[in-house]
Design a protein around this ligand. Structure first.
Ligand code: AHG
Ligand code: MN
Ligand code: MN
Length: 338
């Protein structure tokens, strides 16, 4: 048998880019910087549980440095790794109100980076899986000067690359450049992400649902009826659905992508727009899931078609296996207004 060649994440990105004759190598350069940032974040995440043991309590660590909350650490690490690369014109992060300007002379790049530096922050102190999410767009403003808010506010269908990292039992980097969804696992000894799942295809129908059932009393009737239908699968002689909810969107969606299923942060009576952010969470995850054969909607509209009006806008999201998403949409429509 021919031995499998090593395929690192960087090599995969480069080979993908080479298939496009007009490519300049800039995307590969952006992703290389981002890979460095997530390796640094991954190290810090793995150390998180040692903070008390090593005397990092209080505000300073043993080196006399300020101990930052992990989400702020991740936010700053990504900015430090990216803002002098010369290929970006503007960035935006879930952790910052306005767009993030790139330092002068470095701000004339062709691309835009949006990110959620640390997703699932409520799980940080419990050693439960968390992640990072990012999107890359081409700039639309002309003139070659610094990027603008319009560059950062494009619809999800315009994404060139999207990806997420799960810091779990191992660190996994999943990305799409519009040519399938691929996953790479970090080998900590070598320090490289190695191809572990090429061209992921999510099942057409799953048997997992992931949603925060603590919000049940605020749910609309259609959504209540849908979840009841899944729970009653046994009565129809069908395979029963399992409830799985970590509370880290990246980790929940990653599991469902591999096993099949649906992740929902719905519109409800308290929060008509749900909770999750279109630009930092829903768009990149929708691009990745669609590229794996799945679907992502607001219950009414494809996530990637939403014209954004605000960097931090929230939208309801129903995302995962195609048939599961289509079924929940039917329920929402049937009981619309209730
Ligand atoms: P973040 O940590 O970036 O603020 O995102 C948390 C999000 C998402 O990861 C997760 O799916 C959701 O919040 C969980 O919300 P509930 O606690 O309301 O279920
Ligand atoms: Mn998040
Ligand atoms: Mn976050």
């Amino acid at each position: 048998m021919q031995p499998k060649r090593f395929m690192t994440l960087q090599r995969h990105i480069l080979e993908g880019e080479k298939r496009h004759p007009e490519a300049t190598g800039e995307l590969s350069a952006i992703l290389s910087n981002l890979i460095l940032a997530v390796k640094v974040i991954s190290l810090e995440v793995n150390k998180a549980g040692l903070i008390d043991i090593l005397g990092y309590t209080g505000k300073e660590n043993v080196h006399g440095e300020q101990v930052k909350k992990l989400d702020i650490f991740a936010h700053q690490t990504i900015i430090r790794a990216m803002d002098h690369g010369g290929h970006l014109c503007v960035m935006a992060s879930e952790e910052e109100e306005d767009i993030i300007h790139i330092p002068k002379h470095h701000d004339i790049g062709k691309y835009v980076l949006l990110f959620d530096p640390l997703d699932g922050s409520s799980n940080i102190d419990a050693n439960v899986s968390i992640g990072s999410i990012f999107s890359i767009y081409k700039r639309i403003s002309s003139g070659g000067g610094p990027g603008t808010i319009e560059d950062a506010l494009q619809k999800g269908a315009k994404q060139v690359v999207a990806g997420y990292v799960v810091y779990g039992s191992s660190t996994i980097f999943v990305y799409t450049a519009g040519d399938g969804t691929h996953a790479f696992t970090l080998d900590p000894a070598v320090g490289e992400f190695l191809l572990s799942h090429e061209n992921i295809r999510t099942p057409e129908r799953g048997s997992i649902y992931s949603t925060n059932e603590g919000n049940y009393k605020y749910w609309h009737r259609g959504f209540k009826e849908y979840i009841k239908f899944l729970q009653d699968a046994d009565d129809r002689g069908a395979k029963p659905y399992s409830a799985r909810y970590i509370g880290s969107m990246v980790a929940d969606i990653h599991r469902n992508l591999l096993y099949g299923g649906i992740f929902i942060y719905p519109s409800d009576k308290r929060n008509p727009n749900g909770k999750l952010r279109l630009m930092y969470e829903c768009n990149p995850m929708a691009f990745i899931v669609e590229q794996a054969g799945g679907k992502a909607t607001t219950g009414k509209q494809r996530i990637l078609d939403i014209i954004p009006n605000n960097l931090h806008q929230r939208v309801p999201i129903y995302i995962g296996s195609k048939e599961d998403v289509e079924l929940v949409e039917q329920y929402l429509q049937k009981y619309e207004g209730q």
